[in-house]
Design a protein around this ligand. Structure first.
Ligand code: ATP
Length: 354
C-alpha cells in the first residue's frame, strides 16, 4: 500500500495548443479511494494513465509511496489497471485470465492457484473459474477484470470507467461492490468516471477536473455543500445547483424575487452576484408570499419526488440560460405552462459566486 502524489504533473500532447493535464497537484492518501471526475476531454484518463506509466509526464513528477516513479516503466510501478473494456483474453478460462499476470511475473503454479482462488472467493467467481469470458455476463466479466488486478496485490489500483459497459441497474450494485471491496482491501485507488453520482457515492474524496485543470478536491459532502466555483456547483448534483444572477439591494444584500436573501451576506457595492441554490433548497410558495415567478417548462416525476423546471417571468437570468429547478413533492407539483412562485427555504445552504 502507498500514497500517490502528483507534483505539478503535466501532459502536453504533440501539436496540442494546451496541456491535456495542466500542472496537476494532487495527493492521495495511503488506502484512500479517490475519484477523478469531469466532462469528456477534461483530462481524467490521461491523469490516470500518467500514474500507471502508460502516458508520458511532460513536466512535473509523480510519486508512489514517496518514490519518484516519473521515469519508471509501467510494469515496474506495482500499479494494476482496470479498464472499461476489461481486455480479457477470450480463449482463456476465468482462472487463466486471473492468473496470467502472476504466471508472467514468475509466480509458481501453486501460489498462483491459491491467489486466484482467494480473489475468486472475494469476488464470488468460484463457480465460473472454468468458463471463458464469452460465457459470462457483463457484470461477471467486470469482476474477472477486477480479479486480475486484485491477485497482484498492487500498491495502487487505477480504474478507468470500469462500470461503463454495464446496464444501469448493474452499475448501481457493482459500484457498491467495488467501493466495499476497496474498503476491505485498503488498497490506494484512483478511479476515473464522467458520472458524478458514481464519484459522489464511491469516493472517500472526489477531484473535479475541467480543461486539464483541477477545480476542487474534497469529500463528497464538502463538494456538494461548498463548491468552489460555478462549474463545480453545476456539475455536482442531479440536477446541479441553480446559478441565478440576482440584484444586490442598497444594503448590500443579494435579493431573490425582490427580498434579501437570508442569512444576510453583505456583498458591498456590487450590483449583482450569482446565487447558487440547490433545487431542494427552493420551494413553491403561495402567490401572496414574496418570491420569484417562474413559468413551468418541464415537470419531471421520479416517484414521490418531483423536479419542476421553469424560466423566470421577470427576466431574472440563470447562468447559461438554464432552467431553474425546484424539488417538490407530487402533491404540490404544478402543470406544464403554469406560473408558480418560488422562494428559498428558510434553512437553505445557498452559495454566492462572484
Ligand atoms: P473521456 O471521458 O471522453 O474519456 P477524459 O477526461 O478521460 O475524457 P482524456 O482522454 O484524458 O480525457 O483527454 C484529454 C485531452 O487530451 C482531450 O482533449 C483529448 O482529445 C486529448 N488527447 C487524449 N489522448 C491524446 C493523444 N494520444 N493525442 C493527442 N491528444 C490526446
Amino acid at each position: 500500500m502507498a500514497s500517490v502524489t502528483y507534483d505539478k504533473a503535466s501532459r502536453l500532447f504533440p501539436k496540442a495548443d494546451r496541456p491535456a493535464v495542466d500542472s496537476l497537484d494532487l495527493h492521495v492518501d495511503d488506502g484512500e479511494f479517490l475519484v477523478l471526475v469531469g466532462p469528456s476531454g477534461c483530462g481524467k484518463s490521461t491523469s490516470l494513465r500518467m500514474l500507471a506509466g502508460l502516458e508520458e509526464v511532460t513536466s512535473g513528477s509523480i510519486h508512489i509511496g514517496g518514490e519518484d516513479v516519473t521515469g519508471i516503466q509501467a510494469r515496474d510501478r506495482d500499479v494494476a489497471m482496470v479498464f472499461q473494456s476489461y481486455a480479457l483474453y477470450p480463449t482463456m478460462t476465468v482462472e487463466e485470465n486471473m492468473g496470467f499476470a502472476l504466471r508472467n511475473m514468475g509466480t509458481s503454479k501453486k501460489d498462483t492457484k491459491s491467489l486466484v482462488l482467494e480473489a475468486a472467493r472475494i469476488l464470488q467467481l468460484e463457480e465460473y473459474l472454468g468458463r471463458k469470458p464469452g460465457q459470462l455476463s457483463g457484470g461477471q466479466r467486470q469482476r474477472v477484470a477486477m480479479g486480475r488486478a486484485i491477485v497482484r496485490r498492487p500498491q495502487v489500483f487505477c480504474m478507468d470507467e470500469p462500470l461503463s459497459n454495464l446496464d444501469a441497474k448493474l452499475r448501481v450494485s457493482t459500484r457498491s461492490e467495488i467501493a466495499g471491496l476497496q474498503r476491505r482491501l485498503g488498497i490506494t485507488t484512483v478511479y476515473v468516471t464522467h458520472d458524478q453520482t458514481e464519484a459522489m457515492t464511491m469516493g472517500h474524496r472526489v477531484a473535479v477536473l475541467k480543461d486539464g485543470l483541477l477545480q476542487q478536491v474534497a469529500t463528497p459532502r464538502e463538494m456538494y455543500d461548498a463548491p468552489v466555483n460555478t462549474f463545480v456547483a453545476g456539475f455536482i448534483g442531479t440536477p446541479g445547483m441553480n446559478l441565478i444572477t440576482v440584484p444586490v439591494d442598497s444594503a448590500g444584500d443579494p435579493t431573490f424575487g425582490g427580498e434579501p436573501v437570508r442569512p444576510s451576506f453583505n456583498v458591498g457595492a456590487r450590483k449583482e452576484v450569482v446565487l447558487g441554490v440547490r433545487p431542494e433548497s427552493l420551494q413553491i410558495v403561495g402567490r401572496d408570499a414574496p418570491g420569484l415567478d417562474i413559468k413551468v417548462t418541464l415537470v419531471e416525476e421520479l416517484g414521490l419526488e418531483v423536479f419542476v423546471h421553469g424560466q423566470a417571468t421577470d427576466g431574472t437570468a440563470t447562468l447559461e440560460g438554464k432552467d431553474l429547478v425546484v424539488r417538490t413533492v407530487r402533491s404540490k407539483a404544478p402543470s406544464l405552462d403554469d406560473v408558480v412562485r418560488i422562494a428559498p427555504l428558510e434553512e437553505h445552504g445557498s452559495r454566492l459566486f462572484f
